[in-house]
Design a protein around this ligand. Structure first.
Ligand SMILES: *[C@@H]1O[C@H](CO)[C@@H](O)[C@H](O)[C@H]1NC(C)=O
Ligand SMILES: *[C@@H]1O[C@H](CO)[C@@H](O)[C@H](O)[C@H]1NC(C)=O
Ligand SMILES: *[C@@H]1O[C@H](CO)[C@@H](O)[C@H](O)[C@H]1NC(C)=O
Ligand SMILES: *[C@@H]1O[C@H](CO)[C@@H](O)[C@H](O)[C@H]1NC(C)=O
Length: 228
């Protein structure tokens, strides 16, 4: 998608007056890539600007699928390295000199399209849209063995999907974990290993995942220990 610019105000990025749909045949198209593609609430996300046109004058990031100045997050001028915050800036967004946008501590409010506009040396502009959909921590307990045998099997319980900067808490029978040589938490506490299970290890187990913007507690999980 190419946005044609009309006029350029003092110290401003070009205004956009009309859209054309034309792809330059020889150059790679500007694309926006969300990294990581599936981020949980509370994590940081990069909207990577890839194949940015050569020698850009500046970048402008907007919320939404269109270039709307009332939805401007920030604009960045390459010659001065100056970022100007827009009305849609929430103090968690950073535009890098390569056009990439960092959004920290994402929440459900960040869900949706984000549109990058690159101002080029020929005073034309090129735009591209990326999408963000933070998923809730939504933690559930999974076991690597649904039918372990008593006195025989070791079971690994895992709390939720892997996300960054999340802390975990576990309970067994509504109590915090007892001191036991048969229980072992991983360093990040996301997994709990129960060595050689016994009939007293059925639980229920509950875990909670917590990060700066979100908390999620699992449903109780019962271990179905098979006895001879
Ligand atoms: C995670 O925590 C580390 C250190 O505590 C910090 O440097 C980093 O920015 C945090 N990352 C996120 C996604 O919050
Ligand atoms: C742009 O810069 C940021 C921060 O240095 C980096 O994480 C990102 O990978 C760069 N983007 C591209 C497309 O190289
Ligand atoms: C992200 O959340 C952490 C923890 O609440 C906080 O310390 C940090 O300042 C936040 N970062 C931004 C950019 O809001
Ligand atoms: C579950 O993980 C434990 C520890 O790694 C391992 O000993 C056990 O064999 C695994 N169980 C199954 C069914 O894969």
């Amino acid at each position: 998608r190419v946005f044609r610019a009309a006029g350029q105000g003092e110290g401003q990025l070009p205004r956009v007056s009309l859209l054309t749909f034309w792809t330059p045949p020889t150059t790679a198209r500007l694309t926006v890539e969300t990294v990581p593609p599936l981020a949980a609430e509370g994590n940081d996300v990069l909207l990577l600007a890839c194949n940015v046109p050569e020698n850009p004058l500046g970048y402008a990031w907007h919320r939404g699928e269109r270039v709307d100045n009332s939805q401007l997050i920030a604009s960045y001028r390459v010659d001065t390295n100056v970022t100007a915050k827009g009305p849609a800036h929430s103090n968690r967004e950073t535009v890098y000199p390569n056009g990439t946008l960092l959004i920290q501590n994402i929440t459900q409010k960040d869900t949706g399209f984000h549109t990058l506009l690159v101002s080029k040396v020929d005073l034309e502009t090129e735009g591209q849209t990326g999408h963000l959909s933070p998923h809730p921590l939504g933690c559930i307990i999974t076991s690597n063995n649904s039918r372990p045998w008593e006195h025989k099997d070791t079971v690994v319980l895992t709390c939720g999907a892997e996300t960054r900067n999340t802390s975990y808490t576990w309970w067994i029978n509504n109590q915090s974990l007892p001191n036991s040589t048969r229980l072992e938490l991983s360093e990040d506490k996301r997994t709990l290993t129960v060595f050689t299970v016994t009939r007293n290890d059925t639980g229920p187990y509950v875990c909670e995942a917590r990060n700066p913007v979100s908390v999620s507690r699992s449903d109780p999980f019962t271990l179905n220990v098979l006895c001879e």
